[in-house]
Ligand binder design. Structure first.
Ligand code: PLP
Length: 366
């Protein structure tokens, strides 16, 4: 069976070989007689799955040894509270507000510390403020940015170097919706977090990668299960981790490691492929009379491409025709309207080509 192309923003498409492997292992993982969901998280079978997933992720993202990888729960939204509970020490924190997600992070953090807006983007969130214009506090406990605004389709293509801005403080990045789509410069990052359901696997798993020296400063009221030091000291097994989600994410890491483009593999290969996919779609949108993307060219997301029909009365016809052509979940987020094509790692170039072909046909029929 040929499955349709799925453009959901999240939970999102998972590579087909990963789903097939998960299905094959459903009743009995590697001859163990147990499905992964039925295993003790402390048994040798799951411990092996866990260790492999962590090692593969460390290799894929080239995470340095002085960073800890934590597999947590609660999603990106819980991290909006968990990060300030662990890193703020109740002091001042700085936020760059560039869309819905960083705005949510900023408002939630205010419950735990003094959250300060250092910069905002244009009202429609179609540009990014240059780091040289940020109004950073005297000595914030950290600076938070969302490196890919999933709803507005705005991506930070180069991480800011806070040291060159005269700020020797950790940079916190919410990379939920583009993790593993491109390499990360860890020399500029203190902590990165992201939900798994966009680019890594099923919902229920939250990835946190944190510099070791930032552990151990949680506020008294921080729940133990969310205290990064306790989680790190217990190899993410202080309480029962989301075992199934970790296992499927682990299969995705194996799939990622096997991907190649030119002479690159893994995340470097995905970076090349993702640039090509995004360029194909943006180039077509920019050349068309019917569709428009309003985001400034230097910060267009390679993962989430929002676009509008200049004739909005045709939205429903566009979506139903897309579905008939095997192109699913293209409806834009309700807060911005229009359409959105999320083209994460699991979306092949052929899927983007199929979308462009359909858009062209639909435009010609207008
Ligand atoms: C999806 C998303 C979140 C929220 O994740 P939940 O798992 O729903 O809590 C946070 N930040 C960004 C950038 C996202 O794309």
């Amino acid at each position: 069976m040929k499955r349709p192309y799925n453009f959901s923003a999240g939970p999102a498409a998972i590579p087909e070989p990963v789903l097939q492997q998960a299905a094959a292992d459903m009743l009995s993982w590697q001859g163990s007689g147990m499905g992964v969901m039925e295993m003790s998280h402390r048994g040798k079978e799951f411990m092996a799955i866990y260790a492999q997933a962590e090692a593969d992720l460390r290799e894929l993202l080239t995470v340095p040894s002085h960073f800890r990888i934590l597999f947590m729960q609660g999603g990106g939204l819980a991290e909006n509270a968990i990060v300030p509970m662990n890193l703020s020490r109740g002091l001042v924190t700085d936020f760059v507000v560039t869309g819905s997600w960083s705005f949510k992070s900023y408002t939630e953090a205010g419950k735990y510390c003094t959250a300060h807006v250092a910069a905002t983007s244009s009202p429609e969130c179609t540009t990014l403020p240059s780091p040289t214009t940020w109004q950073l506090s005297q000595s914030p406990s950290y600076v938070h940015i969302c490196t890919n605004e999933t709803i507005h389709g705005v991506e930070v293509h180069e991480l800011p170097d806070l040291k060159t801005l005269g700020c020797d403080t950790p940079l916190v990045i919410d990379f939920s919706s583009h993790v593993a789509s491109r390499p990360v410069d860890w020399s500029r990052v203190g902590l990165a977090f992201g939900g798994a359901q966009k680019n890594l696997g099923p919902a229920g798993l939250t990835l946190v990668i944190v510099r070791e020296d930032l552990l151990g400063h949680a506020l008294r009221e921080c729940p133990s299960a969310f205290d990064y030091k306790i989680v790190a000291d217990n190899q993410s097994m202080y309480n029962t981790p989301p075992t199934w989600a970790i296992y499927v994410a682990g299969l995705t890491f194996q799939w990622l490691k096997a991907q190649t483009e030119g002479n690159q593999t893994g995340v470097a290969a995905m970076n090349i492929r993702n640039k090509a996919k995004a360029q194909l779609l943006y180039d077509y949108i920019d050349s068309s009379q019917l569709y428009v993307n309003k985001v400034a060219h230097d910060c267009r997301s390679r993962m989430n491409v929002p676009f509008f029909l200049r004739d909005e009365s045709r939205n429903e016809a566009f979506l139903s025709g897309a579905k008939e052509n095997g192109l699913l979940q293209l409806k834009g987020h309700k807060s911005v309207g229009g359409m959105r094509a999320s083209i994460y790692n699991a979306m092949p170039l052929a899927g983007v080509q199929a979308l462009v072909d359909y858009m062209r046909k639909f435009e010609a029929a207008s």
